[in-house]
Design a protein around this ligand. Structure first.
Ligand SMILES: [Zn+2]
Length: 365
């Protein structure tokens, strides 16, 4: 399944490439939640689990939130404390070998800080998509985001390369918005596409129904068009197919979880989208495509993920620390432990020896 066509030094087929990616962020809906519960507490546990199992993660950092936090930290001690803890935590993640890359949610541009609750008001959805910003705002927010990551990393290493990106809300289209910024900052690895999915609402938009077949592919100016000479590389988010019966059992396990009041670490509420159009995750036989994600682990699906990881050579997990429950955290640790007997690689830089060269960039900017 894993293939980077046109790259002569492809990874050996007996190795499983597992990407463990995390969106490092608060909630973006009616309640942002607190940094302690949504970010610090669960991420500390994830960092420990990754370290214990010799695995690397990629943390996609909601840079515009952190920049806004820094702004209010000058006047509010609780925000200042959150800011310091977040920076320190990201530096620990880096020291342990994980990556930190930018993840922009422009929704933060008009968010309002509420000092008493130490939370944020995010009512207005006008800036939810990067595409809603004008060119000047796009450039400014992107430049500041890269600068922030550079500053965080500079305390750990002098040559940290910021060359990966995941779009907030997966809204990477139109890619023309990002292409000049990617080229300016040397970003060549993209992590937003989940094949066969589509979502359109008053806040968010992406359409990956025509994404190329390979799990990893090169592209140039169109994210949905595989181009072997393209300078950018897409690492698709994986799905795991589960049968109608397993899907039914899983929904029962999730219902039980809700009845028992078991929730994720985070204390916020996600964005509520209106006028939603979306692709179905069921096929004609009722099988279900479950996203590869720790927050989808339960006592039923866990075994499906384990089976899938053993039978594939590429799996890209996308998880949100804020959504993970203590049981899922425990299952994640077990998942990595059981895979140790297999030859797994969690560092995307080691997936292939060949890197696209900047001189292959199409000239039109
Ligand atoms: Zn996000």
């Amino acid at each position: 399944m894993f293939s980077v066509q046109g790259t002569p030094n492809c990874v050996k087929m007996n190795r499983t490439n597992i990407l463990l990616t995390f969106d490092y962020e608060l909630f973006l809906g009616a309640r942002s939640g607190t940094a302690q519960k949504c970010i610090i507490e669960p991420t500390n546990k994830l960092i420990d689990i990754l370290k214990k199992n010799g695995a690397k993660g990629i943390f996609f950092v909601d840079t515009l939130y952190i920049l806004r936090l820094k702004e209010v930290a000058a006047r509010h001690p609780k925000a200042a404390n959150d800011f310091e803890e977040i920076i320190a935590q990201l530096r620990v993640a880096l020291k342990n070998g994980s990556y930190i890359f930018p993840h922009l949610h422009p929704h933060w541009l008009d968010a309002e800080y509420m000092p008493e609750a130490n939370e944020w008001k995010l009512d207005n959805k006008r800036y939810y998509r990067f595409n809603a910003l004008d060119k000047c705002q796009q450039q400014d927010t992107f430049d500041q985001s890269v600068k922030l990551i550079e500053w965080i990393a500079s305390a750990v290493t002098s040559d940290y390369k910021i060359d990966g990106y995941r779009a907030g809300g997966w809204s990477i289209q139109p890619f023309a918005d990002f292409m000049p910024l990617f080229l300016k900052h040397g970003i060549y690895h993209e992590f937003s596409v989940r094949k066969e999915t589509y979502f359109n609402s008053d806040a968010q938009y992406f359409d990956f129904r025509n994404a190329p077949q390979p799990d990893i592919y090169h592209f140039a100016d169109d994210i949905l068009k595989e181009q072997k000479s393209g300078v950018f590389k897409e690492y698709c988010i994986s799905s795991v197919k589960i049968s109608k019966y397993v899907s039914w059992c899983s929904s029962k396990a999730n219902s039980l979880r809700h009845v028992l009041g078991i929730k994720g670490y985070g204390d916020g509420i996600g964005v509520k989208s209106l006028n939603v159009e979306t692709s179905s995750q069921h096929d004609a036989h009722g099988n279900f495509e479950l996203m590869a994600s720790i927050e989808e682990f339960n006592i039923v699906t866990y075994f499906e993920y384990k089976k899938a990881a053993k039978n594939t050579d590429y799996m890209h997990f996308l998880s949100h620390p804020k959504m993970i429950t203590p049981l899922q955290m425990h299952l994640f640790d077990r998942f990595l432990r059981t895979l140790k007997s297999k030859n797994i690689e969690t560092d995307f830089r080691k997936f292939t020896a060949v890197k696209a060269e900047p001189h292959q960039v199409p000239v039109a900017l």
